[in-house]
Design a protein around this ligand. Structure first.
Ligand code: THU
Length: 146
């Protein structure tokens, strides 16, 4: 199904800027790979806000958390349940792509074909994919209701 991206360039830039700011707070003493994420989220149909996250590593490596999940868990815990897009930045030389676990966590709260993942090097250089493209034939809440 073709997708029409219904997010303005201004909002995309704002999300990337917010993700880049959140990246400054990344706690990544083990990988030294700092990541920032910014989720475009609303508590109902309208009034979207930007909720950010960064990766938070741990001396017990698997206990660490990715930037995307930090943003999702912050948002859900603050009452946001309507997500339109997420911007991710892990440096200016690669498009940082969400890991499999983060894709699945995002999947829980969105319609995959209308949720946009913005993988950015900077405000003017980014790739956008739908979650459906990154996680095809996904398993979600509806799968359990059949
Ligand atoms: N990381 C993220 O936070 N998001 C991604 O999309 C890719 C990976 C983090 C996890 C870990 O702290 C570090 O980057 C290296 O994998």
């Amino acid at each position: 199904m073709p997708n029409k991206i219904n997010i303005s360039d201004d909002i995309i830039k704002e999300l990337i800027k917010s993700a880049d700011n959140a990246r400054k707070n990344a706690y990544a003493p083990y990988s030294h790979f700092k990541v920032g994420a910014a989720l475009y989220a609303a508590k109902d149909e309208d009034n979207f806000n930007i909720i950010t996250g960064c990766n938070v590593e741990n001396a017990s490596y698997p206990a660490g958390n990715c930037a995307e999940r930090t943003a999702v868990f912050k948002a859900v815990s603050e009452g946001y349940n309507n997500f339109k897009a997420i911007a991710i930045i892990g440096g200016d030389d690669i498009y940082t792509s969400p890991c499999g676990i983060c894709r699945q966590v995002l999947r829980e709260f969105v319609a995959p074909n209308i949720f946009y993942v913005i993988m950015a090097k900077n405000e003017n250089d980014y790739v956008i994919k739908t979650l459906e493209e990154l996680l095809p034939m996904s398993f979600g809440p509806e799968s359990l209701k059949k």
